[in-house]
Design a protein around this ligand. Structure first.
Ligand SMILES: Cc1ncc(COP(=O)(O)O)c(C=O)c1O
Length: 385
């Protein structure tokens, strides 16, 4: 084991979960593209029996992300949604969950359209308001499911306070940390019980893989998630595991640039006369700026801004060239999107309006390009409105 217990974040990202390959010394964990493992004799094997249950590439990634988030065990799934689906299996019929009202549209769709069929119930509240969270707790509440910052209007939940509140009611705090990445915030340090990511985003970071992880802290959750990962079988493939392992090696470097470019674009847009409002927690005008400064290391690469109308948003989105018009986020290339018709189209229109996801709202996932090129591209598109 080359890592000491004092290893710092960048060193953990590069090395945790990985040892030179025992058969060759290869520094990079190989892609173990195999479905089964030959046993030496009946009942004698090397701890690997069948690849849904154990795969060395996936297990290296699971060790890596667990260490990166400061958790006790990690589990890798075929997508971020499969990871959230696995977390939901910790619940039983009759249980109730309090969820950030501004959660990812796909999470809302899973909860609202699928899991309500299994006698689970969900209450959506603005989790940046912990009094509202406490009011939403009922006798049957078992989980508080938080996204911070929220997608796309960037509200921040106080994770330490949320953990305190959840634990006072004997409830698990689950944090979807996709938007921030563990470089920017590590929810387990604030008391979260479970952390999940769509690795499709910052952890992989190169827009070439779909996956998800869950990081857990408690023995009973770890035991159950290990069982469910195998029982349901929604595992991450060896190749995708390898891609994400490669991605996490550069997570700190990429996040430093995502943070810088996110802040620079937010400041640029906030000063532009055609922009009505910018949602970015690193602007002092953001209502949760002080909390974001305490809780986050940098403010991330995600921002959204209001142009006032669908027509203005359409013109901007159809004029930009370097900003790629696409769903998703967290890759090295800058992406731009229209939440109301793209990522949040499955959210009913009245709920969208309540949250602030208007027809004039545009979201950016700031990549790692030269910031001047990004500003030039946006400037040209804003001139066209
Ligand atoms: C915050 C958040 N959580 C979960 C997901 C789901 O991840 P995936 O698309 O990998 O299933 C997404 C996808 O956009 C997301 O943005």
């Amino acid at each position: 084991m080359k890592l000491t217990s004092r290893a710092r974040f960048s060193t953990i990202c590069l090395h945790a979960g990985q040892e030179p390959d025992p058969s060759t010394g290869a520094i990079i964990t190989p892609i173990y593209q195999t479905s089964t493992y030959v046993q030496e004799a009946l009942g004698v094997h090397k701890g690997f029996e069948y690849a849904r249950t154990q795969n060395p590439t996936r297990m290296a990634l699971e060790g890596n992300v667990a260490a990166i988030e400061g958790g006790r065990a990690g589990f890798a799934f075929a997508s971020g949604m499969a990871a959230i689906g696995a977390i939901a299996t910790l619940l039983r019929a009759g249980d109730h969950v309090v969820v950030s009202d501004n959660t990812y549209g796909g999470t809302f769709r899973l909860f609202d359209k699928v899991l309500t069929r299994y006698q689970l119930s969900f209450t959506y509240v603005d989790t940046s308001n912990l009094a509202a969270v406490e009011q939403a707790f009922t006798r049957t509440t078992r989980m508080l499911f938080v996204e911070t910052p929220t997608n796309p209007v960037m509200r921040i939940t106080d994770l330490r306070a949320a953990a305190g509140l959840a634990h006072a009611h004997n409830i698990r705090l689950v944090v979807d940390n996709t938007f921030a990445s563990p470089y920017v915030q590590r929810p387990i340090e604030f008391g979260a019980d479970l952390v999940t990511h769509s690795t499709t985003k910052y952890l992989n970071g190169h827009s070439d893989s779909v996956g998800g992880v869950v990081i857990a802290m408690h023995d009973e959750d770890i035991e159950w998630l290990r069982f469910v990962q195998n029982a349901e079988g929604a595992i991450l493939s060896p190749f995708d595991s390898w891609l994400v392992l490669r991605g996490t090696k550069t997570l700190p470097l990429r996040m430093q640039r995502h943070n810088e470019n996110g802040l620079a674009l937010a400041e640029y847009l906030a000063a532009h006369p055609k922009v009505k409002h910018v949602y970015y927690p690193g602007l002092p005008t953001h209502p949760h700026y002080d909390l974001a400064k305490r809780q986050m290391r940098g403010f991330g690469g995600m921002l959204a801004f209001e142009l006032g109308s669908l027509e203005a948003a359409r013109r901007l989105l159809n004029t930009v060239k370097l900003h790629a018009l696409a769903e998703s986020l967290g890759g090295v290339e800058t992406l731009i999107s229209h939440p109301a018709s793209m990522t949040h189209a499955s959210v009913p229109v009245d709920r969208r309006n309540e949250i602030g996801i208007t027809d004039g709202l545009v979201r950016i996932s700031a990549g790692i390009e030269d910031i001047e090129d990004l500003k030039d591209d946006l400037g040209r598109a804003l001139d066209a409105i």
